[in-house]
Write a protein that binds this ligand. Sequence first.
Ligand code: ATP
Length: 214
Amino acid sequence: MAGWEMDRRDMSMNCASGNRIVTPKRIALYGGTFDPLHLGHLLVARAAMEEMQLEKVYFIPTAQSPFKPDQLPTPPQTRLQMLRIGLAGNPDYEVDEQEIERGGISYTIDTVRDYQKRFGESHLSFVIGADHVPSLPKWRDAGELASSLHFIVIPRPGENDVVFPTGYKGVVLRGFPLGVSSSQIRQRVRDKLTVRHLVPNAVEQAIVYNGLYL
Ligand code: ATP
């Protein structure tokens, strides 16, 4: 059974005194380039799950970020492979390929509309690192995003005093602040330094096997 079908089944109606009550789901979308997935990403998702009592976090890799137009990411299928093996065996997380399937520049609003159709709007959250908060008003259809989403912000070392732009709602979590980034991982590989303990073991193996970031 496909993941989405399972989710639809989970959302099945409860019958109480003849009334149909929709069981709300607490889910969060977590978008990123994930080039590659690293332990900072995993701790972001873990903090969101625990502090927000979420049922699931959907990792949604972008095809091409509108904010990194000059940066050609690693081919999508390779990033997907690393994401899948890095998250394997953890039922709290799911990988959603829709932005990669759409291709081109990925706009969060398209993905959010898709989730709204399937899950309703009530408990839809979007997870971002603190570094992305100031840019929120520049996202496509920012007004619609602000009004329909609850943002879960995870602290990131070097980003102090998170202030939500006007009109945005959300929370800043305690998290497990960790100063690891994908660009640092790529740089370390170029510099022939180990990335062990900074990415999941399987991701480290995939980087070596595929000769990435050299
Ligand atoms: P790059 O270094 O290439 O810019 P990145 O490490 O920021 O990449 P992305 O995949 O672009 O990784 O990030 C996806 C999301 O995860 C963003 O919202 C980003 O702020 C957040 N994020 C990434 N790493 C961390 C971290 N160590 N702590 C908190 N948030 C993080």
